[in-house]
Design a protein around this ligand. Structure first.
Ligand code: NOJ
Ligand code: CA
Length: 543
């Protein structure tokens, strides 16, 4: 039964995804910067086809393209290239071939909304007002020596840069060094769709699409309305004219048509910019547009069963019938959840139960209906590394955040004990976690009770249980709100999942007995007449 049920589902629905911040994953040549060759050397750790490996099914590689690296690769100067510090196109081809040989898929970052201001397209565009590529970007006259309108950038500050030579302003949704592309221009659109073809022809399995909700802006350039209720990027403004424009749906549909020419590929969109805002992300997810869009609402809540459950139930209510959820707790833009939920070692000291909490998080991601996205190192319990200002590399931190920058959660992956932590033989581009000797993959892999082995067990179990991969989600009232309980069901399988978010033992209502398929407690062999969860216990029963 099981194989037939899951075989019918496309791979991108059942896959466990793993985000690799390429600069920080593995350095093969000792220059301190992660590279594609380094990733090839770690593929067996990621999935060697046995439960001794993590077992992830698809890698998302953050940008490795040519770039002046102001925004570490999100400021691209050539979309169809590999930055020499990360390797070559031949390395990319080898990486994909080696990954595919192990049944691992590879998706790449598709940065569609802006380019670097050093991109040759922008050099042409800014050269003169009548340059044929002028309208590949968004140029407007100022007004009384001021920018054309009140638009602001997601990263803070005004959304317009002035080009003194031609006397006009260009719009930028993020940093000023990232001018916005104009997707209404047909030649630009063709050129950007060709970028997709380029990577699909090289056998990439799909794309993570950057800032997709900012792809198109209001054609009439109207001001964003002021709002005393909404706080957006440091101003009281509602981004009604700069985000979620109806025209972007048509562009995404064109991307999907192209993608589908290549067989079963996938795209996952970054379609919400601030997790605390009501998200429009799900409106892009259906069989004509995106396969998946990140749901980022978990980012804003403390470690509380009830809040997470509300997020899931709300999303299940609004998702399109042909949509599919995508869950994540950490990425390269927000502090790692291990730190958020009590494992911020450096500043506050780690809570005694930080690892137990991280287990509950892993279990939630890997048992909910939808695609789980893991962020490299979360399986080790890597946390946010406080960095003195002089070591910060990310412009957001240097400019505006006094204590943290995104560097704090982009520190190098920890592979082995000893200097360089197996990440590099040279000087790492960002400092290593001082706990590297304890947290590294080699040491954790050898300890049966490590967080890493917990992830491994669950990921491999997920492959065995069709209901975990594709089953419907049914919330269960567990009596105590500190327990998140639900069922996952297919025609042939019913699983009862219960996650205890507290350090108390809690009796759980709603369980109908059944075989224990998984528990975070090694002693548990049966559910008993009445299930009582141990502190922070995760249980999966097959009913
Ligand atoms: C979102 C990316 O995740 C972030 O890292 C980047 O700085 C911005 N988009 C701009 O491209
Ligand atoms: Ca390197």
């Amino acid at each position: 039964m099981s194989a037939a049920e899951t075989n019918a589902a496309p791979w991108w629905k059942t896959a466990v995804y793993y985000q690799i911040y390429v600069r920080s994953f593995a350095d093969s040549n000792g220059d301190g910067v992660g590279d594609l060759q380094g990733i090839i050397g770690k593929l067996d750790y990621l999935n060697d086809g046995t439960p001794n490996s993590l077992g992830v099914d698809c890698l998302w590689l953050t940008p490795f393209y040519e770039s002046p690296n102001v925004d570490f690769g999100y400021d691209i100067t050539n979309h169809c290239s590999v930055h020499p510090e990360h390797g070559s196109l031949a390395d990319f081809d080898r990486l994909v071939a080696e990954a595919h040989r192990r049944g691992i898929r590879v998706i790449v970052d598709y940065v569609v909304t802006a380019t670097s201001d050093e991109h040759p397209w922008f050099a042409e565009s800014r050269a003169s007002r009548d340059n044929p590529k002028r309208d590949w970007y968004i140029w407007r006259d100022g007004w009384n020596g001021k920018p054309p309108n009140n638009w602001i950038a997601v990263s803070g500050g005004r959304g317009w840069g002035l080009d003194p030579a031609t006397g006009q302003y260009f719009y930028h949704p993020f940093f000023e060094c990232q001018p916005s592309l104009n997707w209404r221009q047909p030649d630009l659109r063709r050129a950007m769709l060709d970028v997709m073809r380029f990577w699909l022809d090289r056998r990439a399995d799909g794309f993570r699409i950057d800032l997709l909700n900012h792809l198109v802006v209001d054609e009439q350039m109207r001001d964003n309305p002021r709002s005393w209720k909404g706080w957006y990027a440091g101003r009281f403004q509602q981004p009604l004219c700069t985000r979620d424009q109806p025209e972007s749906h048509e562009v995404v549909a064109a991307m999907r048509t192209l993608l589908d020419e290549y067989g079963e590929k996938m795209m996952v969109g970054e379609t919400s910019s601030f997790p605390w805002e009501p998200s429009q992300a799900h409106t892009f997810v259906n069989s004509r547009e995106l396969n998946l869009a990140f749901n980022m609402e978990f980012f804003v809540y403390r470690f509380q069963a009830q809040k997470f459950r509300e997020v899931v139930d709300r999303y299940e209510r609004v998702a399109a019938a042909d949509g599919w959820p995508a869950w994540t707790l950490s990425n390269h833009d927000i502090p790692r959840h291990f730190g958020r939920y009590g494992g911020a070692r450096i500043i506050y000291g780690e809570r005694a139960d930080a690892v137990a909490r991280a287990r509950v998080c892993a279990a939630m991601l890997l048992t909910l209906r939808g695609a789980p996205f893991l962020y490299y190192g979360e399986e080790l319990g890597m946390t946010n590394r406080w960095l003195p200002r002089r070591w910060m590399k990310d412009p957001i931190g240097k400019k505006s955040w006094p204590l943290f920058s995104r560097d704090c959660w982009r520190t190098p992956m920890l592979w082995t004990p000893g200097p360089g932590a197996g990440f590099t033989t040279g000087d790492p581009w960002l400092p290593l976690d001082p706990d590297a000797d304890r947290l590294n993959a080699q040491t954790a892999g050898a300890r049966p009770d490590s967080l890493l082995n917990f992830y491994r067990r669950l990921i491999w179990l997920r492959k065995e249980l069709p209901a975990l991969q594709i089953g419907a989600y049914e919330p269960v009232a567990a009596a105590d709100p500190a327990v998140f309980a639900f069922r996952r069901r297919t025609a042939n399988q019913s699983l009862f999942v219960a996650l205890n978010f507290t350090d108390r033992a809690i009796p759980v209502a709603g369980a109908a007995g059944g075989n224990v398929r998984f528990s975070s407690e090694p002693w548990r062999t049966d559910a008993g007449a009445r299930l009582t969860l141990a502190p922070y216990e995760t249980v999966i029963l097959e009913e």
